[in-house]
Design a protein around this ligand. Sequence first.
Ligand code: NAD
Length: 467
Amino acid sequence: MPTTPPPGPHRAEGGSFAVLDPATGEPFAEAPDQQPAELDAIVDRAYAAWRGWRADPDARAAGLLAAADAVERAAPDLAPLLTREQGKPLPESHAEVARTAARLRYFATLRPQTQPIADGRPMHSEVRWRPLGPVAAIVPWNFPLQLASAKFAPALAAGNTVVLKPSPFTPLATRMLGSILAAALPEDVLTVVTGREPLGGRLASHPGIRHVTFTGSVPTGRAVARGAASSLARVTLELGGNDAAILLDDVDVEQIADRLFWAAFRNCGQICMAVKRVYAPARRYSEVVEALAQCAKKTVVGPGLDAGSQLGPINNAPQLARVEHYAAQALADGARAAAGGYPLDRPGYFFAPTILADVPPQNPLVTEEQFGPVLPVLPYRRIDEAVEAANGTGFGLGGSVWGSDPGQAETVAGQLECGTAWINHHGELSLAQPFAGAKESGVGVAGGPWGFYGNLRPFVVHRPQEA
Ligand code: NAD
């Protein structure tokens, strides 16, 4: 592959763009608006760095462990910057930084296993595993660091190099993270690029990229897959969700209300696998609506940097407009706001935590992904109706079942068409588990050894068996 002279990873030939604080709606910093043309040199350097990085698994592990320590040490700078640009309460930003370090440590210890093939023939065959080359990691704005690490940690551990592109809404903490990692790892092994479209489109379709790992919305995921088709790069897509929580007849509402509420509202509902619909037995319906409405009303909403804020602003103005639109449409269609239902009258992108009852089942708030602090609660009469409704969208990321009889909850959970089903909680993931969506929620697998092997290709060696 030809090597072009390097322009410097963070030089922005196209100037810069403003980054807004969602708690005020005001710009507070700028990030380089790197141009698609700069990518050629960056990808060339990632390719050149791959030769050394792929060669020595022990050095890789040591580098990734050192990087994890450095990320942890930088938490006092990284976490407030993340809150400033993303909006989430500061303790949640600290948790995100901690998760980023934990992921580096987890993947640093994984090694591909050589597997012999025993098929009865007089041959010795074995499967070895090889890295792919430069990997493009494209990340949304809801968990900029955590989702980036879900991509770069397994890719780097497997011996690939990475070009990482954050969302233009949240480029700053990722740039800081990029500098921290660059200091701990060999040059050009991980490069952060920031800029507005068509930067992501160019990265996804770049001929020097061998794997595009993307997290974001379904429409952008389709565009990424189309772009990667031009170079036939591998694609891993983690896309949207519309997770249902089904409450069973015997559920202890008082006991679970708080947990269920936060499974829907943490990070202001901007989580792919947040609870986005609640199905409650008709005879318990009012009780469930009222319990969730009480949780919403007592939630402290405020800037993420204010001590005591439990819910920050929505990340950006288009997303606030989208959430307002979904809520208004549902209310116009006959829904009732048991709590909230309106944007807060203050600067920034704040929306009152909202519980909507009596939403028509085919309303877009139920069938699409609202990705905000608005939760529809729907009644059901028979459990098979609830399961059918839960499975009745194009998404299939996660789902949960809540009840007092573990056997029944397990049976219902087994009927959900999704990648992860939870019982009496929702949203928790282990670093060691596979994370994959059914239907339009994704292609490929992230997480655990599955995500690690997703960054490797099999290489088979055959030889006659020695006598
Ligand atoms: P998005 O699809 O708008 O953008 C995601 C990333 O893609 C950003 O970096 C963006 O700049 C980039 N991008 C935009 N156009 C592109 C193009 N044509 N080619 C390549 N890259 C392009 O998503 P968002 O609004 O930032 O995030 C919200 C969405 O992400 C929601 O749908 C949510 O469910 C999803 N999400 C999924 C997961 C998961 O693991 N399944 C996790 C978090 C978020």
